[in-house]
Design a protein around this ligand. Structure first.
Ligand SMILES: N[C@@H](CCC(=O)N[C@@H](CS)C(=O)NCC(=O)O)C(=O)O
Length: 183
């Protein structure tokens, strides 16, 4: 959407294991979402999909800065979203999927405490900047799926993380946010 490309989404129901069915394993043998099919080319892992789209459509709005330092910064935050924030939020999402009687509140609390530590770091990084790599980039976009899911689960970025909360409001105001959201 940010690059003005057209796409169709197929949603898979993870709790029922749709991503482990043979039809999907033929697309992504590791059985994880997301995966992209572009004109018969299959790409999976969100980082590689993002970089593929950047390389394939360089003329469309660039989402990685040209400057090497800003480019590395964008990639650093892209990785932070995947490798550090996501595992903490998964602790919450995994418990919330369970029935109320099986749910372990201590694991939700652990995930939320970790999330707050990530928020503190991200808030500090945003001081004096509108976007993580200075200009809007994949470094910002990569936080949208985990944070949108967190909000959907009923959690809000605490207002004490004012830079992060303001950045999140900017991200949600973009047309791409509404366009990417499930019906
Ligand atoms: N590094 C991968 C992580 C993919 C990933 O863990 N996806 C999760 C959903 S966000 C998944 O498919 N989980 C199902 C499972 O592991 O069975 C990426 O960024 O694409």
């Amino acid at each position: 959407m940010e690059k003005g490309l057209k796409w169709e989404t197929t949603w898979l129901d993870l709790p029922s294991g749709e991503h482990k069915r043979p039809e999907y394993l033929a697309i992504n043998p590791v059985g994880k979402v997301p995966a992209l099919i572009d004109d018969g080319v299959i790409v999976h892992d969100s980082t590689i999909i993002n970089e593929y789209l950047e390389d394939r459509f360089p003329a469309a709005k660039p989402l990685l800065p040209r400057d090497p330092v800003a480019r590395a910064t964008a990639r650093k935050f892209e990785d932070y979203a995947d490798a550090y924030l996501m595992p903490s939020l998964f602790k919450i999402f995994f418990e919330l999927r369970k029935s109320a009687s099986e749910r372990v509140q201590a694991r939700i609390d652990e995930g939320w405490n970790e999330a707050r530590q990530h928020f503190a770091y991200l808030d500090k990084e945003l001081a004096g900047r509108e976007y993580f790599a200075g200009e809007y980039s994949l470094g910002d976009i990569s936080f949208v799926p985990p944070l949108a899911n967190l909000e959907r689960a009923g959690f809000t970025i605490p207002p004490e993380f004012a830079n992060l909360a303001a950045w999140w409001a900017r991200m949600k105001a973009r047309a791409s946010f509404a366009a990417s959201w499930p019906e």
